[in-house]
Design a protein around this ligand. Structure first.
Ligand code: PHE
Length: 341
């Protein structure tokens, strides 16, 4: 019996060293020291021994148990250390790997165009004047010489708020009145950029919201020649030095005379293509000499002062510059579009 016990002890000590990982070690413990393990089975056999042999056998069993338990603890510590080292090696950070590229944001194409426009006008001495998006009917129409029921109102279909007479501006022109009332009687050179809103059917050419950059110069002795010279210079700076421009007579209630400025088509160089509808010209802005009524509404005496004004759509300019076919791309937040700029 004792010999058997010694043999079990020796075998188990060998086996515990062979357990290759903590899982195998757990299994060993169950088989050896567990509730129905080999050592327990030995204990059960104590009854077969002569009474005199029992105490020494019992002592020996206890000693074996202790020895095996100690061997288990030692092996467990060894295996845990090995496993920890392996885990650290496999999840190590390789500091020599190249970093992940950072995703870089960029400016929206409309913002890029706006900034180009600001720069050019800034170079010519025009300051940026901000005015509100929510306007009154009075500023958006009346003070710009567009009374109630005037047919010209059809050109600017409006979003109304729940407050009577409070609307979203349909153009940046009401800013002209704000600027004049603030600066009068000083001379003015400002551009008025901002979002405008029109209640329109959305198509490839028209959106319900878009930017405009308005311009206003007021002072003594400002003439149509100043308007033409300044706008021609602007067109050359934004579209290229040898772009031709032309002025076509037009009608706006708040300017007199009024015109639209066309630039030679930048896609076909004036040859005629689908974008310029085979005319060779692209319309880029409306302009004119500030109407005497509007000067008066701004506080200036039209007998002494005169001025010119213009309004352009930067999205339209970006469309022409980059050959963008559909204005709806600007506000649809599609990265496939935005990332091209
Ligand atoms: N406000 C006009 C528009 O929205 C543009 C314009 C501005 C025309 C200033 C003349 C002078 O169409």
């Amino acid at each position: 019996m004792l010999a058997k016990l010694d043999e079990l002890c020796a075998k188990s000590l060998e086996a515990v060293q062979q357990a290759a990982n903590t899982e195998a070690l757990d299994a060993w413990r169950k088989e050896t020291l567990g509730r129905k393990g080999a050592v327990y089975l030995m204990t059960r056999q104590i009854g077969q021994l002569a009474a005199a042999e029992r105490p020494s056998f019992g002592q020996r069993i206890n000693a074996v148990k202790k020895e095996l338990e100690a061997a288990y603890q030692r092996r467990l510590a060894e295996l845990k250390a090995v496993e920890l080292r392996a885990q650290m090696a496999s999840s190590a950070i390789d500091v020599t790997l190249p970093g992940r590229p950072q995703w870089r944001g960029r400016l929206h194409p409309a913002t890029q165009t706006l900034r180009q426009i600001y720069r050019i006008w800034g170079d010519m001495g025009f300051q940026i004047y901000r005015s509100r998006d929510v306007e009154t009917d009075e500023y958006n129409f009346e003070l710009l010489n567009i009374p109630q029921h005037h047919p010209a109102r059809d050109m600017w279909d409006t979003f109304h708020t729940t407050s009577p007479g409070v609307i979203l501006r349909t153009h940046t022109s009401p800013g002209q009145i704000h600027a004049m009332r603030e600066y009068c009687p000083e001379p003015i050179r400002v551009i008025l950029p901002g979002m405008c809103y029109r209640y329109e059917q959305i198509t490839a050419r028209s959106e319900i919201q878009f930017h405009q950059v308005e311009g206003l110069a007021v002072g003594k002795n400002i003439t149509l020649a100043d308007l033409k010279g300044t706008l021609t210079d602007f067109a050359r700076r934004i579209f290229g030095a040898d772009r031709k421009v032309r002025f076509r007579a037009n009608y706006f209630p708040f300017t007199e005379p009024s015109a639209e400025m066309d630039v030679e088509c930048i896609l076909c160089d004036g040859e005629g293509c689908a974008v310029c509808k085979h005319t060779g010209w692209l319309e880029i802005l409306g302009c004119g000499m500030v109407h005497p009524n509007v000067l008066r509404n701004g506080g200036y005496d039209p007998e002494i002062y005169s001025g010119f004004a213009f309004g352009m759509g930067p999205e339209r300019i970006a469309m022409l510059k980059y050959g963008i076919q559909d204005i709806r791309y600007f506000w649809s937040n599609d990265l496939r579009f935005l990332e091209q700029f």
